[in-house]
Design a protein around this ligand. Structure first.
Ligand code: NCD
Length: 331
């Protein structure tokens, strides 16, 4: 039997090396996160130079496919690829009706025909990135699949906290609002707890999934619970994902009155984050959004270097060299 097995193996084509993907925060170890954040930091130093483009990923192709609207995520992936000298192509399919199963498979096969090295995909269906991974040879980065995962958002949030608040170990983060529809919340709960932070979810019962404590976080239905946190992470009310007729909250006005993050509900020095896009005056008071303690624009800036780090990390085997690569010579 053993011999037959050996013979069979001989006739098989060599196995391709396993492709690395970033589909869920659950794919990452603490060491992976440390390496990615260190790489991001080294890229942030390279962006301080006058010539910002690095030759690092010259010759590689990164395809961005967005089936859902996006400003920050799509623009930062595109710029990240460009800053590393990769060829990029961005396809925006928002608004088109994408059927389940077959049509996404066909899209994957079509994109695969260009032999891209990385496909960055955002899609309303949970599991879309895995499907594309099955039908193409590219490294896949999940830029958001339904209400499931958004791993690069969680990484850029970790980076922002580390650089602007302090060590993650022992830090207390309150995530406030529409957790039910939020892939950002799911990815952040996993990422923050992986790195030793404590997470409290705060919001009205219909917007906090039952049993979510199993992810290692606490739940409070009192807005006063945010006072104990070092960082208050505000989530958008995702009206587009709310089923019509379902009463998650009596009204947006009532939501704002009871759960809105206002200056009165914050302690001085508490840092405020929001993944964007914000509904000013709904989940976040404009005064809070514009205050010096808000890290919202800092998060956007972090998005660029963290996405550069993710692309680099997937396409190379080791961590980024300590010495930042020289900028591309301009002809
Ligand atoms: C988030 C998303 O799309 O999941 N936004 C983002 O990536 N910047 C959060 C949201 O849409 O509320």
């Amino acid at each position: 039997m053993g011999d037959i097995h050996v013979m069979r193996e001989e006739f098989l084509p060599p196995k391709p090396p396993p492709r690395r993907h970033l589909i869920s925060v659950g794919d990452l170890t603490r060491d992976d996160v440390e390496r990615l954040l260190a790489t991001a930091r080294s890229f942030s130093r390279s962006l301080e130079r006058e010539v910002k483009k690095l030759p690092t990923l010259r010759g590689y192709t990164v395809v961005n496919v967005f089936y859902e609207s996006s400003t920050r995520t799509s623009s930062s992936f595109e710029l990240a690829a460009k800053r590393l000298s990769a060829d990029t192509m961005s396809i925006k399919a928002a608004g088109s009706s994408v059927d389940k199963g077959e049509s996404l498979k066909d899209t994957a096969l079509t994109l695969g025909a260009y032999d891209p090295d990385v496909i960055v995909i955002r899609h309303p269906q949970i599991g879309a990135p895995q499907l594309v991974a099955r039908y193409t040879a590219a490294h896949i980065v999940n830029a958001g699949d339904g209400k499931h995962q958004h791993p690069t958002q969680a990484l850029l949030d970790l980076y922002t906290i580390r650089e602007h608040v302090g060590p993650l170990d022992g830090l207390h983060v309150a995530i406030v609002g529409d957790v039910l529809h939020s892939r950002v919340a799911r990815s952040n709960i996993q990422a923050l707890t992986l790195m030793g932070a404590t997470v409290t979810l705060v919001g009205p019962p219909p917007l906090i999934p039952r049993g979510i404590e199993a992810m290692g976080c606490e739940v409070s239905h009192e807005i006063g619970a945010i006072a104990a946190a070092d960082v208050v992470y505000v989530l958008r009310m995702q009206r587009e994902r709310m089923q019509e007729g379902a009463n998650y909250v009596p009204s947006l006005r009532e939501y704002t009155a009871r759960w809105g993050v206002t200056p009165e509900r914050l302690r001085p020095g508490q840092k405020v984050m929001h993944p964007g896009p914000m509904n000013r005056g709904v989940e976040i008071d404009p005064v809070v959004a514009d205050a010096a303690d808000a890290l919202i624009e800092t998060q956007v800036r972090a998005g660029l270097v963290v996405r550069m780090a993710v692309l680099y990390d997937l396409l190379t085997t080791g961590p980024v060299p300590v010495k930042t690569p020289e900028p591309l010579e301009v002809a």
